[in-house]
Design a protein around this ligand. Structure first.
Ligand code: FAD
Length: 434
């Protein structure tokens, strides 16, 4: 079988891979030095679009429109871009074996790739209900969303089931964004999740109350405190209903499941140090194996600001960690030093006309401020998180670019506060002072 050698290989062709390629080019790359090996059939793209504009009724976002790096205001890297830069973009190719001691990757077709430096950028995969043996979970029209193929299948089902009924299982990012997208496509939407409120890992009950109220006003039904335990299907194998643990049965033409993901580290198990479910790295995304880096969703890295190891499944970190790893590789070659990764966690989401941003850490006491009445004409509200007398996290719905910059600054500076009542009455004005 064929074997090829590259100075740099990126395993995975998602967000991190695209931004890493750009950084290599920026810092100086010779033709034939870099290969990107991706299971997907398309060049790296901005994955968050899949749960947003890709699903809108007008179908506004389609490739090549959202290839990286447009999501951060950069150049759109079409497949030709990789060719022009002498980068081998090897698509529709799954790596099935990684042997780190011999620096060799093997693809499903049996081709082997050897490298001097490897960047692991395999991202995450979805957790499936069939993984837990949920009865009937392999019926047709039960969807998960991770890659563009998944999104295409969902779009086809939305068209085929016009004015039908959809059940969303899960109340996290995917659940909330997909609930909105399916409602915009005129499906009758019910969301089901076990927690007392949506996005419990980030939202406080006060924040969640706004989104749940807003969704209810849009006609989305929300069932909390129970889970899907089974699915019925018809003679064609198409899903017809969702059975809930509390005994209720919901009609369903389409089911979308968003119950979380897990990092794709299996290929490297036992060969590299792991921590908190991911591949452990230093502040330069170097793993325990020389010449091997891990970035994006798979990396568990030192979060300097909080002095602890974290794994972050968000696009901003995917971009920045990729750039940091490439800078580190290049600096290493030149015998130079670079700054440690100093990341401020940043998450965002958009659904309907809503748009929120969060910066920092969501720990400690919380102070909700602003107008969080879901029936307001233009609601605008936020929350501060306060730990040890300092503001450590800020959430803002409907912020302007300047206001979002201000909350980011506060989360980074961590100003002291003593009077939480005053903080509440000052609201966003507090953040604007810095
Ligand atoms: C639908 C959706 C919406 C999202 N929305 C947001 C959002 O609004 N805000 C936000 O901050 N984050 C969002 N995220 C998260 C964000 O997209 C990820 O954190 C980011 O894409 C991670 O980048 P990555 O490069 O680590 O992994 P990915 O972008 O997932 O790329 C991994 C790539 O590796 C490939 N791969 C995996 N295994 C192999 C293998 N064995 N062989 C070859 N190729 C392989 C995959 O096919 C994929 O192309 C969203 C994610 C999804 C799925």
């Amino acid at each position: 079988m064929a074997s090829k050698h590259f100075k740099y290989v990126i395993a995975g062709g998602g967000v991190s891979a695209g931004y890493a390629a750009r950084e290599f080019v920026k810092l100086g790359l010779n033709a034939g030095e870099l290969a990107i090996i991706s299971k997907e059939a398309v060049a790296p793209y901005e994955r968050p679009a899949l749960s947003k504009a890709y699903l809108f009724p007008q179908g506004s976002a389609r490739l090549p429109g959202f290839h990286v790096c447009v999501g951060s205001g950069g150049e759109r890297q079409l497949p030709e871009w990789y060719t022009e830069k002498g980068i081998e973009l090897i698509l529709s190719t799954e790596i099935v074996k990684a042997d780190l001691p011999s620096k060799t990757l093997t693809t499903a077709a049996g081709t082997t790739f050897t490298y001097d430096n490897l960047i692991i950028a395999t991202g995450s995969t979805v957790i499936k209900l069939s993984d837990f043996g949920v009865q009937g979970a392999d019926a047709n029209n039960i969807f998960y969303l991770r890659e563009i193929d998944d999104a295409d299948k969902l779009v086809a089902a939305i068209k085929a089931k016009k004015n039908g009924t959809a059940v969303i299982v899960g109340g996290g990012y995917i659940g909330l964004e997909l609930g909105a997208a399916l409602k915009m496509n005129d499906l009758d939407v019910t969301m089901v999740y076990p927690e007392p409120w949506c996005m419990p890992r980030l939202f406080t009950s006060g924040i969640a109350a706004f989104y749940e109220g807003y969704y209810a006003n849009k006609g989305i039904k929300i069932i909390k405190g129970t889970v899907a335990v089974g699915f019925d299907s018809d003679a064609n194998g198409d899903v017809t209903s969702v059975k809930l643990k509390d005994g209720r049965v919901l009609d369903a033409d389409i089911v979308v499941v968003g119950v979380g993901g897990r990092p794709l580290t299996t290929l490297f198990k036992g060969q590299v140090e792991e921590e908190k479910g991911g591949i452990k790295t230093d502040a330069f995304f170097k793993t325990s194996v020389p010449g091997v880096y891990a970035v994006g969703d798979v990396a568990t890295f030192p979060l300097k600001l909080y002095n602890e190891l974290r794994r972050v499944e968000h696009v901003d970190h995917a971009r920045k960690s990729a750039e940091q790893a490439v800078k580190a590789i290049k600096a290493n070659e030149e015998g130079k030093q670079i700054e440690e990764y100093d990341y401020l966690p940043y998450f965002y989401s958009r659904a309907f006309n809503l748009s929120w941003q969060f910066y920092g850490d969501n720990v400690g006491d919380t102070v909700l401020f602003g107008d969080n009445d879901p029936t307001s004409a233009s609601p605008k509200f936020g929350s501060y998180w306060i730990k040890d007398g300092k503001v450590v996290g800020v959430f803002l719905e409907a912020g302007s670019p300047e206001e979002n910059k201000a909350i980011a600054k506060v989360a980074k500076l961590q100003p002291s506060v003593s009077d939480l009542e005053q903080l509440k009455s000052e609201g966003l004005a507090f953040a604007s002072k810095f």
